[in-house]
Design a protein around this ligand. Structure first.
Ligand SMILES: NC(=O)c1ccc[n+]([C@@H]2O[C@H](COP(=O)([O-])OP(=O)(O)OC[C@H]3O[C@@H](n4cnc5c(N)ncnc54)[C@H](OP(=O)(O)O)[C@@H]3O)[C@@H](O)[C@H]2O)c1
Length: 320
């Protein structure tokens, strides 16, 4: 099969297209003929081996994972003898970060718990956009103790995670304020945001509005700014953004959470139940992935470079 591989850590130039053997399919595994994959910020961390902490799981000097990529959608080609939920021909989508990655290839093998049946009303490209970004947004909002009637602020609302977060927050019956730059204001409003703040002109921390839930999908603000914009028992959840946002959440989050406000971060956990939850939202017409650009398999290096620039509008999809 054709796959995008790499031998060393480095910039996207270390990636190249090669003919490789099909992945091994264990008794509990499903072999998927990949139709589409999607790129995530995690790709370039894994590719460059930065921050260095990544290398504790990904290989200290030489990367363990030759084929990167988390998110896939495709057709089941074959199943191991212990697989009960899927059969050949099923259309599935899933997340491979806990089973060795490998999305940027014509075939991928995954345990059945990493997969779910694809939303029937979505294309493979749309389905491949969901797993990592959709689950991050969902798990972040749940950690934020989201409830009907609350005011929710999403910073970084125009990216892969943010576009899901805005739509998912609306499905909980909340009033959503999205923060993005001027060029994305209309797009973010079109996916359901009730209010939009343009971060080049407006400062959410200075306008005097308080939010029950704040999700930082991206951005570079101090935790003190987020705290100031929270209600007395509000919750701030950081899922992404600058190193400062991450360090603030890790260092100060526990201390600032001693009272009624809760501040911290979330690391996404692959979850078949969450994939099924998102599939139902898609099929009910309540959310739809926002796709910015599509790149063919051989152009994965360009896709990762584009994502690394930090201005994607929604998700970047790889067509296989
Ligand atoms: N916690 C986890 O488990 C987890 C999982 C997935 C991703 N992540 C992290 O989450 C972050 C976002 O992921 P993503 O896929 O959404 O990334 P992305 O798609 O690359 O985000 C790009 C978007 O962020 C916006 N943005 C950039 N700087 C901003 C700023 N200062 N304020 C507000 N918005 C800004 C950009 O809008 P403009 O062009 O208009 O600036 C662009 O639309 C990344 O840091 C990623 O590593 C974490």
């Amino acid at each position: 099969m054709k796959a995008i591989v790499r031998e060393t850590y480095g910039p996207p130039d270390v990636l190249y297209l090669e003919e490789v053997a099909l992945p091994t399919v264990g008794d509990g595994d499903v072999l998927v003929r990949v139709q589409a994959a999607s790129a995530n910020a995690g790709d370039w961390h894994l590719l460059r081996g930065t921050p260095f902490l990544f290398r504790l799981v990904a290989g200290l000097r030489t990367p363990k994972f030759k084929i990167i990529g988390n998110d896939i959608a495709g057709c089941v080609e074959a199943v191991g003898r212990n697989v009960t939920k899927f059969r050949s021909g099923d259309e599935v989508f899933g997340e491979l970060s806990r089973c060795g990655f490998g999305a940027y290839a014509e075939f991928a093998a995954a345990p059945e718990k990493a997969l779910a049946l694809k939303p029937a009303n979505l294309s493979f490209e749309e389905a491949a956009a969901i797993p990592t970004a959709g689950c991050t947004a969902l798990q972040g909002l749940r950690r934020g103790r989201i409830e009907r009637g609350q005011r929710v602020l999403i910073n970084g609302a125009s990216g892969g995670v943010g576009t899901f977060a805005v739509q998912i927050a609306k499905t909980f019956g909340t009033e959503v304020t999205a923060v993005c730059s001027t060029r994305n204001v209309d797009a973010v409003r079109s996916i359901g945001a009730d209010h939009v703040l343009d971060y080049t002109k407006d400062d959410f921390a200075a306008i005097g509005q308080r939010y029950d839930v704040i999700l930082a999908a991206n951005g570079d603000r101090s935790i003190w700014d987020y705290k100031r914009a929270l209600t007395a028992d509000g919750t701030y959840v950081m899922t992404g953004g600058s190193n400062r946002q991450l360090t603030d959440a890790l260092l100060f989050g526990p201390l600032l959470s001693i009272g009624r406000q809760k501040l911290g971060n979330v690391l996404v956990k692959p979850s078949q139940a969450d994939l099924l939850f998102l599939k139902e939202l898609c099929e009910a017409g309540k959310i739809r992935p926002t796709i910015d650009r599509r790149f063919p398999l051989r152009e994965v290096p360009a896709a990762v470079r584009y994502l690394e620039d930090g201005h994607a509008r929604g998700k970047i999809v790889i067509t296989i």
